[in-house]
Design a protein around this ligand. Sequence first.
Ligand code: PLP
Length: 397
Amino acid sequence: MRPLHETTQALHCEPADGSDAHSEPIWLTSAYDFDSAEQASDRFSNRTPGNVYSRFTNPSVSNFEHRLAIMEKAEDAVATASGMGAYLALGMAYLRQGDEVLLGTGLFGSTSHLFRQYFSQFGVTCRSLPLDDTVAWGRAISSNTRMLIVETPGNPTMKVADIRALANLARNRGALLVIDNTVLTPANQNPLMLGADLVLHSAGKFIDGQGRCVGGALVGSLARLAPIRAILRSGGMSMSPFNAWVFSKSLETLPARMQIHEMNTQFVCHWLNQQPAVERVYYTGMRGRPDTPLIELQQRGHGALISVDIKGGQDTAWRFINALDLITRCTNIGDAKTMVTHPWSTTHCKYPPQEKLDSGISPGLVRFSIGLEHYGDIIADMEQALAIAFGKEKITA
Ligand SMILES: *Cc1c(COP(=O)(O)O)cnc(C)c1O
């Protein structure tokens, strides 16, 4: 059979379960019956494959892992209780006392907090480096570096890291390159194909797509994931079968949804870019970026996160946010509904002001996760809110 398009494959790649259900059933079970004492013993000691207990494996969770691995073009995936659970398992599996972790600037706040605040208790040191400055990473990497963790594009500044270049640096030093692919999703970027060792997802964002469940995953080769599976078995940050079932159904429509998310985002960006009240629009799909060739090399699409610098700083940014009607004030991303956030005072409030400014987060920065509404309604809401935010004052260029 000719290979299927990714959009079709996402809908049709569920493993056969022996039933004739057209939509896969959910396996809400914590335990499994064994045929014999011998079988129980064989399964417990990994001599034969099979389910033992749902902290270890569960058919609904395995289905989600199977589907996600196919979409990331990977050998395997391991589902976790949350995105942060995936980071915890990653650190537990791979970090030892004396190791150093290099973190890209603008990482999700809890990610940075987990490594700096908690892994430091076990003798792990962290350094933060500009996402888009490969030379700085080359200078910083040393024989103590165990892991490089990067989100690309970075949220909310939409800066892009060169995945291939970082993968080469990591490989030469025996370190692991981990890419958080939550923002672009496997529909738009496959970091393993560019040399990354592991891909991490927060599944409650675009993968879920409707803001219902919390979950996460790590994706990569069987060998890279083996220590992570082992930690889940003892550490218990495993995914709930119910959440796995929700995510599996959502993965079926992920590529199709991401096309509409992106179409809407392109229309919104184009409109925002023409508004005098808007200083700048940040999106990897914007024309005239110096890094467009790199973006075209590693991304198949641009996703649905955008940021805008509003003239007048925090005052006007807050007035704009408060005047939005249809668009909801919510720090989450990846919902079918359009959401707005003020990163300076919420998601990034724990960073020192200078560090925020250095990484491109200003008090006037407003971030949107563009949803699946008709784009005309999204733009109309932004238009009325901008008018209120700026009152009758003349907006000067
Ligand atoms: C939300 C998020 C996380 C954390 O995931 P949870 O599922 O909320 O634990 C990690 N990385 C990125 C980019 C995120 O957006």
